[in-house]
Design a protein around this ligand. Structure first.
Ligand code: XLS
Ligand code: NI
Ligand code: NI
Length: 445
């Protein structure tokens, strides 16, 4: 099997299109579960999962950490910096996307194009790279899940972007958001993401939180209005994260972001992009933050990764835990799917994983983990007693006085009188273990 690469040279020689070989295969460069065209319920796996590869970790990251420099020198890095380096990276990225067989990708403005303090140079670089990316999208059929602007790396944003106490920095942030929106529209992006990297504070001593939050809402409203004015019809997405890099970030978790969007009248245009490792950093489970977003009608997209239970930071590991993927896909299936969102691998290979092949194996594992999560969640919802058990647990609200209560047809005094008539409630088990056993039973099928 061979896949044509787009560009000047092959950056992943010796690796062809990743085939589906099934569970019996020991080939590390083959899918064991993810079979794009396999139907699960009313859709194919590819249609359910809508996988995306992220540009930043996979093609810009080099393994550096606070204690040491990068460990990886990928072949496209040898081209050097500037536009030539950016073009090589783009070729490598599209070769990777098409060999892996994912339909979507995601990027920040300055992942794709070289940054520059001079605004005209920055804009020229980005336009040039967007033109090339558009040609590669057309040649390969790849689509953009979302675009975004990096408003957290440059030192000018150290005190925040839209929440910066200095108006000059807030305005400078608009340069990048306007251009990233233009780029997203030009590339037909389905969504546009705001991750508030430094929107928060390190100390309340010097921070007027109320004022900063009002500025953030103003800025997002302006971005929404600009996006709509240039024809962007997709969802704007906020990505909750409680901390890191700031001590406290304003977009703490799903519940906090839901309240913020509703308070500022933004919930018609904005939804949430939930990242597994951010949910766990905020003290929740991945599944919990997905459910809170879904219940608010605001689950827009997912950044798929995982944290490490021993570490209190955003380790951005590739997802491999099947309980996590089953739990996530239960929420996604119950809400009828993720579109126009998708599952973006906002994940990086470990610093010690230095071969280009590791990048493939990491994504293959993540895709197989979510494909298995999809199969099991679908079977649990469609074929197992699970939903029936849950319905039965709440059945006392389906008719009679319970229904009258839920419908608002009873007052507190009437409720008291009903209790007196009924006597002490009969104890009813929650049966958590029964559900847990069912998950394991279906995982082993
Ligand atoms: C960082 C975030 C970031 C966003 C995009 O923790 O996950 O990668 O997804 O800015
Ligand atoms: Ni993250
Ligand atoms: Ni993310």
């Amino acid at each position: 099997m061979s896949t044509p690469f787009i560009g000047n040279q092959a950056y992943f020689p010796g690796i062809d299109a990743i085939p589906f070989e099934g569970r019996g295969s020991d080939n590390p460069l083959a899918f064991k579960v993810y079979d794009a065209g396999k139907r699960i319920g009313d859709r194919t796996m590819a249609e359910h999962l809508r996988f995306a590869v992220c540009y930043w970790h996979s093609f810009c990251g080099n393994g550096s950490d606070p204690f040491g420099p990068g460990t990886r020198a990928y072949p496209w890095d040898a081209v050097g910096g500037g536009l030539a380096g950016a073009e090589a990276k783009l070729d490598a990225a599209f070769e990777f996307f098409t060999k892996l067989g994912v339909p979507y990708w995601c990027f920040h403005d300055i992942d794709l194009a070289p940054d520059a303090d001079d605004i005209a140079t920055y804009e020229r670089n980005l336009k040039h790279m967007v033109g090339l990316a558009k040609a590669r999208q057309e040649a390969t059929g790849m689509k953009l899940l979302w675009g975004t602007a990096n408003l957290f790396s440059h030192p000018r944003y150290m005190n925040g972007a839209s929440t910066n106490p200095d108006f000059a920095v807030v305005a400078r942030a608009a340069v990048q958001v306007k251009n990233a929106l233009d780029a997203t529209v030009e590339l037909g992006g389905a969504n546009y993401v705001f991750w508030g990297g430094r929107e928060g504070y390190a100390s309340l001593h010097n921070t007027d939180m109320k004022r900063e939050l009002a500025h953030m809402a103003r800025f997002l409203t302006m971005a929404r209005d600009y996006g709509r004015s240039i024809g962007f019809e997709g969802n704007f997405l906020i990505e909750p994260k409680p901390m890191e890099p700031m001590k406290h970030q304003y977009d703490f978790d799903s519940a906090t972001c839901t309240g913020f969007l509703r308070e500022h009248g933004l919930d018609g245009d904005f939804k949430l992009n939930i990242e597994a490792n951010h949910a766990t950093l905020s003290g929740h489970s991945f599944e919990h933050d997905l459910q809170v977003a879904a219940d608010a009608g605001l689950l827009g997209s997912i950044d798929a990764n995982r944290g490490n239970p021993q570490n209190g930071w955003d380790t951005d590991q590739f997802p491999s835990d099947l309980y996590d993927t089953v739990g996530a896909m239960m929420v996604v299936l119950r809400q009828g799917g993720l579109a126009p969102g998708g599952l973006n691998f906002d994940a990086k290979v470990r610093r010690e994983s230095t071969d280009p092949a590791d990048l493939f194996m990491a994504h293959i594992g993540g895709m197989d983990a979510f494909a298995r999560g999809l199969e099991v969640a679908h079977a649990l919802l469609a074929d197992s007693p699970w939903e029936g058990w849950r319905r039965e647990r709440y059945a006392s609200f389906d008719a009679g006085e319970g229904k009258a209560f839920a419908d608002g047809a009873l007052d507190l005094a009437a409720l008291r009188d009903l209790a007196e008539k009924a006597g002490e409630p009969t104890q009813r088990s929650g049966r958590q273990e029964q559900y847990e056993n069912l998950v394991n039973q279906y995982l082993q099928r």
